[in-house]
Write a new protein. Structure first.
Length: 103
C-alpha cells in the first residue's frame, strides 16, 4: 500500500488536482504493480512562500508550479522499477494536467 503525498501551490482547480492524483496513481499501477483500488493519497496545497526549494538544483528549472511527490511504500522496489515509475509519471504529467515542463 503506497502512501502518496503531493505538495503544490494553492489555487489549483479540482480538475487539475484529480488529474494529478489519477496520473500519479496510474503510474504506480503500471510500474509498481499496485492494485488499481489501492489508492491512498494526500494533496497539500500551500500559500506562496510555504514551500522552499532551489529552482535550479540538479539542472532545474523549477517554477512556483513545482509539485513535490513523496511516496512511502512498504515493499522495496528495484532501481529499474523505480526508474520505470519516474519515467512513466513524467510522461503522464507532461500530457495531463501539464505539470511537467519540457527542457
Amino acid at each position: 500500500m503506497p502512501f502518496v503525498r503531493m505538495s503544490l501551490l494553492k489555487r489549483k482547480s479540482p480538475d487539475y488536482l484529480r488529474e494529478l492524483s489519477d496520473n500519479v496513481h496510474h503510474a504506480l499501477v503500471e510500474s509498481f504493480d499496485v492494485p488499481a483500488d489501492d489508492r491512498f493519497q494526500v494533496i497539500h496545497q500551500h500559500e506562496p512562500g510555504e514551500r522552499i526549494f532551489d529552482p535550479i538544483y540538479l539542472g532545474g528549472p523549477r517554477s512556483d508550479d513545482f509539485v513535490l511527490i513523496a511516496i512511502t511504500a512498504r515493499k522495496l522496489r528495484a532501481a529499474e522499477v523505480k526508474k520505470a515509475f519516474y519515467k512513466r509519471v513524467v510522461e503522464r504529467l507532461g500530457q495531463s494536467p501539464g505539470s511537467v515542463q519540457e527542457t
